[in-house]
Design a protein. Structure first.
Length: 415
């Protein structure tokens, strides 16, 4: 789950960074989920927290309805004042004691527009006391986390439309950037990238049919059974379809052509017998080749994922989806096979996370971006109640689907 946690943190950092640039107050940036271990409020108004479960993270942006601190009439709280009698801290937590604070029973509070708080001080219900609240005041929430209040000018909806679109898009964008970085890193770790557009081979496996027939690393395969070989696809098509068959192979070795014979080994793959001769693709090892190879592999993976998403619509099946259980299983298996496999898996999951989040489903980043574009076309935002209802329906659908997928994964892997 650490792999998935890293991907989510990278994703959330994208939202965090561009929200800051747009002037949106990020009330909390959390690494991990669950009970809080460490919390620190920085001068930028963001509370940075480290939580117990290393399964991701989140950002709390001011102005999003489900991220606001609830202050209701009758609530007991305390306030800490400045020398000018302005409120700089509001404490609603029983876990935190502010020595110099004034206890009060809340009558009303407006921490968005008027920036005032009114209540009965020290239990005296005969007199209402009204305080002005500083723009950068903080609230200590019930769980003990201290966050800055969110006046309207620093709320999400107050940012320009383009900035909000970019903030919503930044999470998936970060996942795409991470995917490219990981594939480029993998290319360097592997010492190069496979060149599938040449008939030159790379490594010859010891003891394989090719090695027995006299092939050497970096030889060129000219033809197989009279069929000309121009690229790796030609070679695999000529070999895999002939398991156990005798092959006549023309090779170019040290500038000289010669014909050798070998018998393709018969192996099982996905329940079918295929032929193999024990050669690997030729690897390009130049610096530029590795960088371009990483970019190309990222693009190829993206196309494969879109193809897989398309297959969901043509023939939906829960077996085509995977949840946290599948990701845990994949991460565990990858860790046993070494760092290269872990990097490949992380890149695969990262691009998956980016693409899936861009789907135009309410509660996903893509759904939020779609609502942003609708706002741009209409020239005004959607009614907050309607937008909230759309988001809740989308969230409910995702949670229901996640439960089904998780249960399906448990049955697949443990029963």
């Amino acid at each position: 789950m650490i792999v998935f946690g890293v991907l989510v943190i990278v994703h959330e950092f994208g939202h965090f960074f561009f929200a800051k640039r747009a002037g949106i107050l990020v009330r909390e940036f959390s690494i991990g989920m669950g009970p809080k271990l460490i919390a620190h409020m920085a001068q930028d108004g963001t509370t940075y927290t480290l939580r117990l479960l290393p399964i991701g993270g989140y950002v709390r942006m001011a102005g999003l309805e489900d991220e606001e601190t609830e202050l209701s009439p009758g609530m007991p709280l305390s306030v800490e004042l400045t020398p000018k009698n302005e409120v700089k801290r509001i404490n609603v937590s029983k876990k935190v004691n502010l020595p110099n604070s004034i206890p009060m029973e809340l009558i009303a509070a407006d921490l968005v527009d008027d920036l005032t708080i009114k209540g009965y001080v020290n239990g005296d219900e005969s007199q209402e006391t009204l305080y002005h609240v500083q723009h950068d005041a903080t609230v200590i929430e019930e769980n003990g986390t201290e966050v800055r209040i969110a006046p309207r000018d620093v709320q999400f909806q107050s940012a320009k439309l383009g900035a909000r679109i970019m903030t919503n898009f930044a999470g998936p964008m970060n996942n795409f950037i991470l995917t490219i970085i990981l594939f480029i890193a993998l290319a360097f770790l592997q010492g190069g990238v496979a060149d599938y557009n040449t008939n030159q081979i790379g490594e010859v496996q010891a003891g394989s049919p090719a090695a027995v027939a006299g092939l050497k690393d970096n030889d060129t395969i000219v033809s197989i059974d009279g069929k000309k070989i121009n690229k790796w696809e030609d070679l695999t098509n000529s070999v895999t379809k002939k398991p156990g068959a005798k092959l006549s192979v023309v090779i170019d070795q040290d500038g000289k052509q010669k014909t050798v014979e070998m018998t393709a080994k018969s192996v099982k793959s996905n329940g079918e017998k295929i032929g193999q001769i024990g050669v690997a693709p030729y690897y390009k090892t130049g610096f530029g080749d590795k960088v371009i190879g990483g970019l190309t592999q990222s693009w190829d993976m993206t196309k494969q994922i879109f193809s897989a998403l398309g297959s969901l619509f043509s023939g939906f099946s829960l077996d085509k989806l995977g949840g946290p259980v599948m990701m845990y299983q994949m991460s565990s298996e990858a860790s046993k096979q070494g760092v290269k496999t872990v990097i490949y898996l992380m890149a695969l999951l990262s691009v998956n996370l980016g693409i899936v989040n861009l789907l135009p489903i309410p509660a996903f980043d893509g759904g939020k971006i779609l609502l942003n574009f609708i706002e741009g076309i209409r020239g005004k935002p959607l009614d907050p109640d309607k937008e909230g209802m759309i988001t809740m329906i989308g969230f409910g659908f995702i949670m229901f689907l996640m439960i089904l997928v998780t249960w399906n994964d448990i049955q697949r892997f443990f029963f």
